[in-house]
Write a protein that binds this ligand. Sequence first.
Ligand SMILES: Cc1ncc(COP(=O)(O)O)c(C=O)c1O
Length: 382
Amino acid sequence: MIDSRIYLDHAATTPLAEAVSQAMAPWLTQDFGNPSSTHLEGRKARAAIDSAREAVATSLGVLFGEVIFTSGGTEAANLAILGSAMAGLGGERNKILIGAAEHHCVLHLIKPLAKLGYEIALIPCDSRSRIQPSALVECIDEATLLVSVMHANNETGVVNPISELSVIAHRHGALFHTDAVQTYLTLPTDLDALGADMVSVSAHKVNGPKGIGALAFRSGIKLDPILFGGGQEREMRGGTENVAGIIGFGTAVGLNREPSLRKAARNQFVAVLEKMQVPLGLTVGVGDDVLPSHAHFVLQKSSAEVALIKLDRAGVSCSSGAACSSGSLEPSHVLLAVGFDEARANRGLRFTFGDSTTLEEATEAARRISRVLDPSQWGADE
Ligand SMILES: Cc1ncc(COP(=O)(O)O)c(C=O)c1O
């Protein structure tokens, strides 16, 4: 019997691995050199950054010089999209296409892109939050500069057909960016496998530290910096590097991962809920195109907010969907994009599993849910 808290919000953030914290520690204390300094302390920091960059580059199938470290997934996606837009200013292409259910770090670029004079169109998703290739074909034309579609949706866990989408973008001469924050080190995210020109990733979703991420890009694409300063990151991102963060990121890349453990815990959780005859409203199901970590439900009556409070009190940490903006009472923009009305878009509940989630925790979490939430609150999609 587990009496401690059960953390089922790994899509929001993951625990820092012990090996990562140990690797970072010296860079927060005695090894404080600035990597731009030419003396011994600086050179030591530079060498450590170089080996972390090598690890991150290899994980994304790019060359050493094709990785720009950023402050996280948000900045990486901002750099990919705003940087391409800045570089394309005054050119013949004035249109940017964005998936309708993207993370806010992409969707909230619509205003600044419009200020730069770009026409933005949202590529509609289907009822499972998936961007179908046919939807992109409908929107794209020869004026399209860039297409940005996330690899997997952070709320539903549904994986998009990125390699098919990138072929369509390239056929029309457009660049292709994918936000792979949720899939990095779980599914193949190297640029060749995805056919992408730019891929954004973040360390804190893979047992690394918060505040560090990367944009991997293909040499030769046109990309302007969006942060200016001392010429760091090959003039692409000014500012003294987050040395400890970068070292932590490089270490996290090398950790052993077992997505099958996540999947086993998730499946066990769903199976126990089913066995207890909690009528499930699994939004998109547990198919091959759903991440092994995700189980996403829609409550029939209660708002997710009330359920979250009850579950938190019962020691189960989960999320109402858009974890990065949780705390906000806004209906889920992802559920609105799939066609739910506002009331239903307020009732999404997301449980996300990590490699360290045990089967016992999965079972106990399901039991607590059925105890705490009146089963009549759970329902299949009306
Ligand atoms: C799909 C997706 N993109 C981007 C981000 C933002 O990453 P970061 O928190 O590193 O800025 C997140 C974080 O939740 C995410 O889930």
